[in-house]
Design a protein around this ligand. Sequence first.
Ligand code: ADP
Ligand code: MG
Length: 564
Amino acid sequence: PPQSETLGFQAEVKQLLHLMIHSLYSNKEIFLRELVSNASDACDKLRFEAIDSPDLYEGDGELRIRVEYDADKKTITVSDNGIGMTRDEAVANLGTIARSGTKEFFSQLTGDKQKDAQLIGQFGVGFYSSFIVAKKVSVLSRRAGAPETEAVMWESDGQGEFSVTPVEKADRGTAITLYLRDDEEEFASGWKLREVLRRYSDHISLPIQMLKEEWDNEKSELAKKSEWETINQASALWTRAKSDITDEQYREFYKHVAHDFDDPLAWTHNRVEGRSEYTQLLYIPKRAPLDLWDREGRRGVKLYVKRVFIMDDAEQLLPAYLRFVRGVIDSADLPLNVSREILQESRDVRVIREGSAKRVLSMLEDLAENKPEDYAAFWEQFGQVLKEGTGEDPSNRERIAKLLRFASTHGDTSAQTVSLADYVSRMKEGQDKIYYVSAETYAAASNSPHLEIFRKKGLEVLLLSDRVDEWMLSYLREFEGKPLASIAKGGLDLDALADEEEKKHQAEVAETFKPLVERLKTALEGKVKDVRVTGRLVDSPACVVVDEHELSPHLLRMLQAAGQ
Ligand code: ADP
Ligand code: MG
């Protein structure tokens, strides 16, 4: 007889299970959303694999998700006829966490329930959320195309171990049964399940079915019939008319595609026709994912071709500086058998990428103009990534430049709230440049001795301290015809801003200190290029500047640190 094996969860899974049960309890009904979301993903995967191997359908191409319950036994079963899992897949997918960012996630946990609940949300709750309401979960699965005798039964009480047993299963796909905890019986009810499914899963493009129920007068109870009914709209959300979609549905769909727990910050939904035909539904998350800076991290959006799921994380569909965007792009032009390699060269993909980038920028412009608080929240999470666009996307550089926000001497806080347009509107008569100073930290920038004369003259200076800033400045040379100029470089031409008296005074000073300058030049020969009298300092006696065309000291240090 087939042997059952008992295996231990990966340590992180144990931790996650414990946390989830204790911090997500007030949101417990989300387990249903997660199970339906997985069932839908499994059907998407089957449809994709079946493009090349139609046999995988085993004669049944009507993909659907079914939800059943047994009020007496206090169980709920969510089943699908999707791709299914082999024994090894069940062990790997339901016993470990392979996601990138896992380490960071666990290192950020605080023990504070509320904070940790937020973090788990970001991390993605997934299958394990079943254990919030279930004392035992059993997963019966057979991979599409595998023999009936090669199915697997995975079972666990969510404590620390799970068992896998070889079993038989006639139909392909997965059936997940939750044995509800004693105080969670409310979920074993047709009314409750329908309510939760409608709230969380109406956007799912496959039919979600439940058995019909009718009132039985004799027994005075609801009786289940043997007929299935579909309880959702069962059409892909992005294919519906905007006017038919509620904000709630847009939000729930986001949670499904982004594997996020939180609502999105904003979204844009468009159908593009013409040379290239595609639909895009793109979202900006509220928070940066843990792997935003991870080279291996998740990027990009889900790609569908004529409603058939093709791949997750299709990074070619958006430029890298928009890698925080989540959502779906459904193309009518690409072939169904498109691969990542083809995506890289396809002209259609280039058109989609350019169109999608423009849409995201429009969405951000709209946010900046109409919802400044949301834009500030966006900037805090993703501003540094957007700055990469100044170099990566020259065709949109001007639009990106308008979206940038900086700290400056105007507000004198580290908060990045000043746009270049704000800066220009405050420029003084005769000022023709946008001044900035860059340093490794905000404090170093705002205490730079180079600022003295600017503060005295009331000239605003941008205070730059993000790692990406120097790189950005090598591409962003001007804004609306006004060059960006470092106040730490070269001969600052502030003369146009000086009045007659100041100019006279400076000439006198230069004359008076001529002998000193000569002596300093001799003393520092070989160490500096030049010594000159300056009007740029107020309190400090001297400062070092670099030539206009040379690397700034800050960039020089960065390059040295990088070993160049
Ligand atoms: P995620 O959906 O974010 O990958 P989950 O915890 O929800 O994470 O699911 C973990 C993995 O388990 C999935 O990626 C998938 O490989 C597998 N899985 C879960 N449910 C099913 C299912 N119904 N059919 C096939 N595979 C599944
Ligand atoms: Mg999932």
